[in-house]
Design a binder for this molecule. Structure first.
Ligand code: DON
Length: 317
């Protein structure tokens, strides 16, 4: 695939500090809305009085407002990074084991797995992420270390690590993920032990990062596969467009249609309240607000991204 010669977008025409300031003001008036992820004990205690947002341009400039340096549980946002590791290891063979279609079902749904014979609809719902975790485990000598190293290099923050309280909490309340992993294993779509896959999955979900770390960690998806933070290529340009397409169609689960409609950017959410989004060739973003909507996406994060796209005209459509 030919790379576009130059980005046509002139960032100088946008007053990003002013735009982020306006969003922050609007969001502040709505703090308290939404529900924390009550099914994971340690997330259920996070107060709804904080919002953060960070923008990282492809040139590495950072714009931020609110609690953009407050670490939080990244949860399903990690599925973007593990997908990248899996694709790097096995390439298109991954698609023999995970599909690439939106599910229209909640992120933790099992319903399609039976009639689709253990092949998850996409790599971002929990079922798909478990298969991706299995691929990472099979293809890296020390998968946990490889993921940590990847996150640290992509974010430029050597202190990125797992929150053991969250990891323990996930294990204690992870009945549905345990059922799902066993069910997928029964179809022969996990190579490793169910326990090893779940341990890795819970580790990735319990990573703790802030908005600036996370926006930087996906800069390679805005920068044609090149990570400006570490100064190295992560994936090909073509693969970066593929990952962005999956984020657009499945990154926010059964709200992906609404995200395309209101935000118009590839995005990936987590039940810790974070959302990363990508404006190809221009910037990557992260918002954080722990109050979720009924689809498990951050309510004010989604609002902030909607307003950002509206004010900047940066929807990919
Ligand atoms: O497995 C779970 O249910 C959580 N650790 C992650 C789910 C998640 O973040 C879904 N995103 N909106």
């Amino acid at each position: 695939m030919h790379e576009p010669i130059q980005s046509q977008f002139d960032l100088g025409s946008l007053d990003l500090p002013d735009i982020l300031g306006t969003i922050h003001e609007e969001v502040r008036a709505r703090l308290g809305e939404g529900e924390v992820a009550g099914y994971i004990d340690s997330l259920a205690m996070v107060p709804l009085d904080r919002f953060g947002m960070a923008v990282v341009t492809v040139d590495g400039e950072v714009f931020e407002v609110g609690e953009s340096r407050q670490r939080f549980s990244i949860q399903s946002i990690s599925k973007v990074h593990t997908l990248t590791l899996a694709l790097d290891a096995v390439g298109d063979d991954l698609w023999q084991r995970v599909d690439r279609e939106p599910s229209g079902d909640p992120f933790n749904s099992l319903i399609q797995l039976e009639y689709e014979k253990g092949i998850p609809r996409n790599p971002f719902m929990n079922a798909g992420a478990l298969v991706v975790a299995d691929v990472v485990l099979s293809n890296y000598d020390d998968a946990a270390q490889a993921l940590l190293e990847f996150m640290r290099r992509r974010s430029g923050n050597p202190a990125v690590g797992s929150d053991i309280v969250v990891a323990r909490s996930e294990r204690e309340s992870g009945y549905r993920n345990v059922a799902m992993a066993n069910f997928i294993k029964s179809y022969g779509n996990l190579e490793n032990d169910v326990e090893a896959v779940l341990d890795f999955y819970w580790l990735q979900c319990s990573l703790s990062m802030d908005c600036v770390d996370l926006a930087r960690s996906v800069q390679y998806l805005a920068k044609r596969g090149h990570c400006g933070v570490a100064g190295e290529r992560v994936v090909s340009y073509e693969l970066s467009t593929r990952i962005n397409a999956l984020m657009m169609t499945a990154g926010t689960y059964d709200a992906a249609g609404d995200f395309a409609f209101y935000v118009g950017l590839p995005a990936k959410s987590g039940v810790g309240g974070g959302i990363v989004a990508v404006v190809p060739h221009v910037m990557s973003l992260c918002t954080w607000y722990p109050g979720l909507d009924d689809k498990g996406n951050s309510l004010l994060g989604r609002y902030a991204l909607h307003r950002f796209a509206q004010m900047t005209g940066l929807s990919v459509f």
